[in-house]
Design a protein around this ligand. Structure first.
Ligand code: GRF
Length: 196
C-alpha cells in the first residue's frame, strides 16, 4: 500500500501538530507528515518541523502581489506534496476557495469549542474560551470538521465534550480542551486516512 501523506498548516505553537507527529512516529497514525506550512515565520510549529526533519515552509498571502499568485504557489506546493489529507492545526489564515474545492473532503480543522457554537470568522483562541465562561456554559469541548469555503461551517466529523467548572478561567478551560484535542485529532486523522 502506498504510504499516506499529510500536510499540516499551523500559525502558532503547534501542539496539535506535535501530537499528530508523535502519533505518526508511534504508528498510531500510519502516515508521514511531509510538510508544515505556516504564515508565521516565528511559529513554534515551524521550529518543531525543522528540528524533526519535516519540510517547513513559510507562505503568507501578504508576501504576494496578488491573491492569485499566492494561490498558485500554494497549489503547486500541494501538488508536489500530494497529500492524502491536509490538517489545519491552529492555522489562522483562510484556505483559498480554489484549494478548498480542489481538496474537497480532504482538508480538516480542529476548533476549540462545540461547533456550531462559538465558530466563524474571528472566533479563535482565548476569545472562544472567554466567551464560553462569560456565557456560563455548562460544557465546552473541541470539534474536528471538514473545511469548506466558510470559516468553521464544514460538516462536523467528531466532537469531544468537557465540563466547564464554576471556578474555571479561560486559561484552565483552554488547557482542559487542548488536552482533548491532542487525543481526538490523531484518532480522527487515523480514521479518515483509513477511508481515503
Ligand atoms: C487549538 O486550540 C485549535 O483548536 C485551534 O487553534 C489552537 C491551536 O493550538 N484551531 P496549537 O497551536 O495546536 O497548540
Amino acid at each position: 500500500m502506498k504510504p499516506k501523506n499529510i500536510v499540516v498548516f499551523a500559525s502558532g505553537t503547534g501542539s496539535n501538530f506535535k501530537a499528530l507527529h508523535k502519533a505518526t512516529l508511534k504508528k498510531e497514525v500510519p502516515a508521514r507528515i511531509t510538510a508544515l506550512i505556516s504564515d508565521n515565520p516565528d511559529a513554534g510549529a515551524l521550529k518543531y518541523a525543522r528540528e524533526n526533519d519535516i519540510r517547513g515552509l513559510v507562505l503568507s498571502p501578504k508576501d504576494f502581489d496578488k491573491p492569485a499568485a499566492y494561490e498558485d504557489e500554494l497549489r503547486k506546493i500541494l501538488e508536489w506534496e500530494s497529500p492524502n489529507l491536509i490538517v489545519l492545526a491552529g492555522y489562522l489564515k483562510k484556505i483559498p476557495d480554489e484549494i478548498v474545492d480542489l481538496y474537497k473532503r480532504r482538508i480538516v480543522n480542529i476548533h476549540p469549542a462545540l461547533l456550531p457554537k462559538y465558530g466563524g470568522k474571528g472566533w479563535y483562541g482565548m476569545r472562544v474560551h472567554r466567551a464560553v465562561i462569560e456565557n456560563r456554559e455548562k460544557e465546552s469541548g473541541c470539534t474536528v470538521h471538514y473545511v469548506t469555503r466558510t470559516y468553521d461551517e464544514g460538516p462536523v466529523i467528531a466532537q469531544v465534550k468537557v465540563p466547564v467548572r464554576v471556578d474555571d478561567t479561560a486559561e484552565s478551560l483552554a488547557a482542559r480542551v487542548l488536552k482533548q484535542e491532542h487525543l481526538l485529532y490523531p484518532k480522527v486523522v487515523r480514521f479518515l486516512l483509513s477511508h481515503n
